[in-house]
Design a protein around this ligand. Sequence first.
Ligand code: URA
Length: 252
Amino acid sequence: MVVDERRREYLRLLGVEALEPRDDGPLAPSPAPSPAAAPSPAAGLSPAAGPSAGPVAGPCAGDDWEALARRVRSCTACDLAATRTQTVFGVGDHGARWMLIGEAPGAEEDRQGLPFVGRAGQLLTSMVRATGWSRDQVFIANILKCRPPNNRDPRPEEVAHCEGYLHRQVALLRPAVILCLGRIAAQNLLKVEAPLKALRGRTHSYGPAGTPVVVTFHPAYLLRNPADKRRAWEDLRLVLRLLEEAGERAGA
Ligand code: URA
């Protein structure tokens, strides 16, 4: 794969260029991750207990994108409806093969109605660009569609009310790969309680279609811990490998 100057620049911004072997280039497929090379249930990781484990067919099961967006906009299923400025549905290409899932909107996202538009979002955009893909070629959503006050962690009942929307987004999109951003997003999506370090470096599976899921650091964490950007790059390489296995290449 040809690596153009712009992508080199994004890699440089991520601080990963020095890591790359000279002979195969920064975007060559990564070696098979260990221990799981193929999508699998999270072996060795305990699913969280509770009735909401696993995606469920909710009232939005038949919605198209427009109906789903309308339903989310008018949602009052939990208390977050009272404190949000607006809902944050998600953004991107409805034909995207790569989906990114974060935790919940922050202050700037609540203000703009778009996911990942604050500082963490800028880093996320650079991460995507470093792979050779662009932000408008992917679809970005969150576990929660509304901002929790003071950016506190999502509560189980909020996740339970909201996850039908995300599940429908995944069903409509049918992505080849999901990249989960951070521990909270991963634990809630995969219904596991394992720490991030146990979730990274392997391929998980989501939903009835068994969509491959890769877990990486939340970009807000990476802003505070830039040394881990190198590890995040390993996760992105796993995403690229899965996309390539699915026959998907960056269009630009
Ligand atoms: N953090 C998230 O998890 N999601 C956003 O949309 C913004 C920040």
